[in-house]
Design a protein around this ligand. Structure first.
Ligand SMILES: C[S@@+](CC[C@H](N)C(=O)[O-])C[C@H]1O[C@@H](n2cnc3c(N)ncnc32)[C@H](O)[C@@H]1O
Length: 202
């Protein structure tokens, strides 16, 4: 964690408070403001490693919590973890069987950066569309979605896509994001359902 996140004050605070990464404070901040997770909600975390959002979510709900990442996630009491690619279609069925109802999808997923700005932006937006499609297939009507994205080319188009499926959609820049970062969170509440794939939707 040290080399990846840098030893700044937020990092040191995370170590002191037992979180696996500084990202914990982003979810805590968003939860304080928007109350996305209620105390019996089942929560699916996409792009969950090393697991600090899972730690925060575990403290917020008595419901089921499932975390998925390409990288393995060290065991966490009361949390089910899967090593898998969130873009896999088969995974959606597996999650439905495992969780039954999914009330909230949270995703901090981000692709590895190549250093080529427009290529990285396109991949980040593409991953966001995958997260949205996943949420659309598993979320219960009325459910909530929190998704990380990046401001730049095609961000507004992703946001428009999210707006099609939720009654309320807002964006939020976290105080815990690094200065100068284009990171932005999409907060979508009250899922109204998706058109199915046969109709040419996501
Ligand atoms: C910023 S980290 C998440 C930090 C996490 N929220 C926490 O609090 O510990 C982003 C994660 O997204 C994951 N990721 C990126 N693409 C993915 C994919 N296609 N499927 C699953 N996980 C993915 C990465 O492996 C990485 O662990």
């Amino acid at each position: 964690m040290g080399s990846q996140w840098g030893r700044d004050r937020t990092y040191l605070r995370a170590v002191r408070e037992g979180y696996r990464s500084r990202a914990a404070y982003k979810l805590r901040e968003i939860q304080e403001r928007y109350h996305l997770i209620r105390d019996t909600d089942n929560v699916l975390d996409l792009g969950a490693a090393p697991g600090s959002w899972l730690q925060v979510a575990r403290g917020l709900t008595e419901g089921k919590i499932v975390g998925i990442d390409l990288s393995p996630i060290a065991p966490l009491e009361g949390v089910t973890t899967l090593s898998a690619d969130l873009t896999s279609r088969e995974l959606r069925q597996e999650v439905r069987s495992l969780m039954g109802t999914v009330n909230v999808v949270i995703s901090d997923a981000a692709p590895k950066l190549s250093g080529h700005r427009s290529y990285d932006q396109a991949r980040a937006i593409g991953l966001g569309e995958e997260v949205l499609a996943f949420a659309c297939e598993v979320l219960k009507p009325g459910g909530n979605l929190l998704m990380k994205s990046f401001q730049g080319e095609d961000f507004s188009s992703l946001l428009e896509d999210v707006r099609q499926y939720f009654l309320s959609v807002k964006t939020y820049r976290s105080q815990a994001s690094r200065k100068g970062s284009s990171e932005i969170y999409i907060i979508a509440r009250n899922f109204v359902g998706c058109r199915n794939e046969a109709e040419g939707s996501i």
